[in-house]
Design a protein around this ligand. Structure first.
Ligand code: UDP
Length: 372
């Protein structure tokens, strides 16, 4: 079969590879000049630092198959994300852990004491089934920590009140009553030594895959294929005919300096009057390298316009209703499979994206074998 894939990010590359390995002829288009989508990395010519061009990406998973898969295409170096946050004139450790609690409340609690303190004096136990981001925060950390670390940051990041956002967004972050400040709780964590673009280029490097960068999709492309995998925005496929699904986009103010600018990879800013959400210093994502210069990104979030790059699906009530309408349309679209963060309009981490692309291509291959 001749398969067309729109998008050379993780979804498109993993799907393309699986189908090419099964003997199909695969064409992949991407309107950008590079593969890798928003995972794209490139070295800064001035400093030599590997830059996460569309913001930080840290690989973490509990899925041993996905971990094996990425290790086929890249050498992974150990990397632990240790995030700090600046709020109310002090620097704290994230995710909220025993150090954060002791520092914030000026205490010297041991784990059980901290747990009891939060549960008995901070948490709002009248909330039995938290629905919104705010309810989730008030139920588990209480108002004081919520207002210092989450409320302002979340308003900046999402452009709306945390009362309107689903609890699932906060559930991404652990709450710990020990001094473990590893941002992620997953078994496998690391960073590809040569960056994500090298890894994804490796996935795409198969004789059955024909990659066309700088190539915008037109319906003419699909007419020459037996099946289309679409990893672009779901609403974009339908010409936004039911309306636009809302995204947040990011602006990065990039600056270089010498030495070590902030001493860590990610510094969040919890205060509402600081306009950026975080500053990332990219050489700290590759602690095994040594560079005299440094590259930082000051990160700002805003509503995504038609010409902007979509990053985060917003998924508020309005979007969810519209999404359901697009999903109905998508289900009736013959010969097309929608995949990935944009194609299914979900806040997906890289490992889940890979897992879904592997599963989707396996299901497609099983179906086409049956149909043959
Ligand atoms: N968040 C917050 N304060 C922080 C870090 C995160 O309020 O200092 C909230 C914010 O709403 C964010 C969500 O927690 O969107 C998930 O955080 P994560 O670090 O997973 O976001 P990502 O790195 O994917 O942007």
């Amino acid at each position: 079969m001749h398969i067309l894939i729109v998008g050379a990010g993780l979804s498109g590359a993993v799907t393309g590879r699986a189908l090419a390995e099964a003997g199909h002829r695969v064409t992949i288009l991407d309107s950008r000049a590079h593969a890798g989508g928003n995972c794209h990395t490139e070295r800064c010519p001035e400093t030599g630092v590997m830059v996460h061009v569309y913001g930080p990406h840290i690989f973490h998973t509990d899925d041993a198959q996905v971990w094996d898969y990425v290790n086929r295409f890249a050498r992974f170096r150990p990397y632990r994300n240790r995030v700090k946050t600046t709020a109310r004139g002090a620097v704290y450790s994230l995710p909220v852990n025993l150090h954060t609690i002791n520092q914030f409340f000026g205490r010297t609690f041991r784990p059980d004491e901290a747990r009891a303190f939060i549960e008995e004096t901070q948490a709002d136990r009248t909330i039995t089934d938290p629905q919104s981001f705010e309810e989730q925060a008030l139920r588990f950390v209480g108002r004081d920590l919520y207002e210092a670390f989450f409320k302002g940051y979340t308003e900046k990041q999402w452009g709306c009140s945390p009362t309107e956002l689903p609890a699932s967004i906060l559930k991404r972050l652990p709450l710990r009553f020990n001094y473990d400040d590893n941002y992620f709780a997953h078994r496998f964590q690391g960073m590809p030594e040569d960056g994500y673009t090298a890894m994804i280029t490796g996935i795409l490097d198969h004789p059955g895959i024909d990659l066309h960068l700088d190539t915008a999709y037109t319906p003419g492309h699909a007419s020459r294929a037996d099946h289309l995998f679409w990893s672009g925005p779901l609403d974009g496929y339908f010409g936004a005919r039911l309306g636009r699904l809302g995204y947040r986009t990011l602006d990065f103010e990039r600056f270089t300096a010498s030495g070590d600018w902030q001493g860590c990879a990610v510094m969040n800013y919890g205060d509402p009057d600081v306009p950026w959400t975080r500053i990332t210093e990219h050489k700290h994502f590759a602690p095994w390298e040594s560079h005299e210069g440094t590259v930082c990104y000051r990160e700002y979030s805003r509503a995504c316009g038609d010409e902007d790059i979509p990053y985060y699906p917003i998924r508020l009530v309005r979007e969810k209703a519209l999404l359901a309408e697009y999903e109905t349309l998508a289900a009736t679209e013959e010969g097309v499979t929608f995949l990935g963060r944009l194609g299914t309009y979900r806040y997906l981490d890289m490992d889940v994206t890979i897992r879904e692309a592997l599963d989707t291509s396996a299901a497609f291959l099983a179906g086409s074998a049956k149909g043959a």
